[in-house]
Structures are given as structure tokens and as C-alpha cells.
Design a binder for this molecule. Structure first.
Ligand code: OOG
Ligand code: MG
Length: 255
């Protein structure tokens, strides 16, 4: 039997300290279901410290991300209020292990969303959409992990940055997305890379979270997943994601 709480403490401590750990799968034999239990228990530790859940993130929703990390199953993770980085803010590089940025889109829900739902039903629950950046930071050495390991580690979630909210009447099926670092393009893609249409990611989020007994809530943010490979951050970087028709969002990394 996997020791869920012991593993939850290991990933939670590593995230708090910004210190890399060996992959849990090296020492523990655990299933994907147990990995999600570890994630839930680790997130519970955050809630016990006063953090609030404000949403959910989807991962491996694009081919580019699957190829970069060598995994092909969708994953999800939980977002807390403490992970939100205000638009234009600076993050402290020392608090991370080896942070990377991903150009994403975020959905804001105006009503609860329980799966299974169609893409059209998912869209009907959307209050607004925003250009977004996810800051991922695997707690595992060299950013290498098995499916179970990354799930236990809250699917590498670490921070998220949101641009201005747009009314959801914009057609988001195929918007150009440009991730820039210090004014230089580092990743270029399209929102269509996210499961063919990012709203499909939201529909998956509804289905998966309901299966897990934790349906999406009104007011929650859902991150659709990186449209391109993630880009490694360095001290002093200024990072910006521009999404066609939606605007942009960015942050800086401490020098
Ligand atoms: C896992 C998280 C993947 C995405 O947007 O695909 C993810 C990782 O690559 O470390 O957030
Ligand atoms: Mg992501």
C-alpha cells in the first residue's frame, strides 16, 4: 500500500522550499489513482495553511507539450489563490526549482460545471476568457517524471498569470499565441493546438473533476494547458504571452 500522506508531505515540502527531490516512483510503487490521492492530500496541506482553491489546470492538452515531456495522457491539477501572480508582477527566482513558462488561455466560470458536458455546454458556463501564462515548476530533479510522479506533484503547477478578461463571444478556436522573453519570440503557436479547440479542455476539466467528486465551481479559473512547449526561465527575464484578439499578460523574474 502506498503511503499517501507521506508522499504528500514530500511533494508539499519540496514545493514550499523550492528544492528538487528524486522521483517518488523510485522509492514508492503507486498507481495513477493513488497519485491523484497524493495530489489531493498535498493540496489539503495548502488549504490547512489558509490557501483557497480558485480553480483547476489542465496539462498535456497539446501535442507540443506531450512531445516535450514524453507523456500522452491528459493530467490535471489544483490552483490556489497563493499561486496567482498579478499581471505585470515579479516572481522570486529563488523560490522555484527550475521554473518554465507556458502560453495558455484561461476560462472564468459564471456557473458550476459538472461533467460530462459537450464543448457547447462548457462554453455556455464561461463568463470570460483571458490570455494567460502558467509557471510550471516540477519538484523533481531535471524536470523528469513518470505520469504518476507529475500527477502527485500537482501536475507541476506553481503559478499562473492572467491578462484582462474578455467576453466569451470572441472565437477562440484558432488564435495566434506568442510567448516572448525580453522582447524576443521564444514560442509561437495557436489556440487550436489545445485539443483542436481550447473549450474542449474545459469540457474535459468538467468531466474529470466531477469524476473526482470535486466539480468546477462558479468563479473558478480553468487553465486550458500550454499551446506550445514550455520555456525555461532565467533570472531577470521579462515574459509576455500575446494572444491574438485577447491581448497579453506578462511578468518578470527577479534578477
Ligand atoms: C506537466 C504540466 C503540463 C501543460 O500545460 O501541458 C502543463 C509538466 O509539463 O511539467 O501544465
Ligand atoms: Mg500548463
Amino acid at each position: 500500500m502506498a503511503d499517501i500522506n507521506a508522499m504528500a508531505k514530500i511533494v508539499d515540502d519540496a514545493a514550499r522550499a523550492g528544492k528538487a527531490i528524486p522521483q517518488l516512483s523510485g522509492k514508492h510503487d503507486y498507481t495513477l489513482e493513488e497519485a491523484y490521492a497524493v495530489q489531493a492530500a498535498a493540496f489539503q496541506r495548502r488549504l490547512a495553511r489558509g490557501e483557497k482553491q480558485v480553480g483547476m489546470k489542465m496539462g498535456f492538452t497539446s501535442r507540443a507539450k506531450m512531445i516535450q515531456m514524453g507523456l500522452t495522457d491528459l493530467v490535471w491539477g489544483r490552483l490556489s489563490d497563493e499561486m496567482l501572480v498579478a499581471d505585470g508582477d515579479e516572481i522570486d527566482f529563488n523560490k522555484y526549482v527550475h521554473p518554465r513558462a507556458e502560453p495558455e488561455l484561461a476560462f472564468l466560470l459564471k456557473k458550476p460545471l459538472e461533467g460530462p458536458v459537450t464543448a457547447a455546454e462548457a462554453l455556455a458556463a464561461v463568463e470570460a476568457v483571458a490570455p494567460a501564462i502558467e509557471i510550471i515548476d516540477s519538484r523533481y530533479k531535471k524536470f523528469k517524471f513518470s505520469l504518476e510522479d507529475v500527477v502527485a506533484d500537482n501536475s507541476s503547477s506553481s503559478g499562473f498569470v492572467l491578462g484582462a478578461w474578455n467576453k466569451p463571444d470572441v472565437d477562440i478556436s484558432n488564435l495566434g499565441m506568442l510567448l516572448e522573453v525580453n522582447g524576443r519570440p521564444v514560442q509561437i503557436g495557436s489556440s487550436a493546438a489545445i485539443l483542436g479547440h481550447p473549450v474542449r479542455s474545459l469540457a474535459h476539466a468538467a468531466r474529470i473533476s466531477t469524476q473526482a467528486g470535486e466539480s468546477l465551481q462558479a468563479g473558478w479559473v480553468v487553465m486550458a494547458g500550454g499551446a506550445t512547449a514550455a520555456h525555461a526561465l532565467n533570472p531577470g527575464d521579462y515574459v509576455r504571452n500575446m494572444v491574438q484578439d485577447l491581448g497579453y499578460t506578462g511578468f518578470t523574474v527577479s534578477a
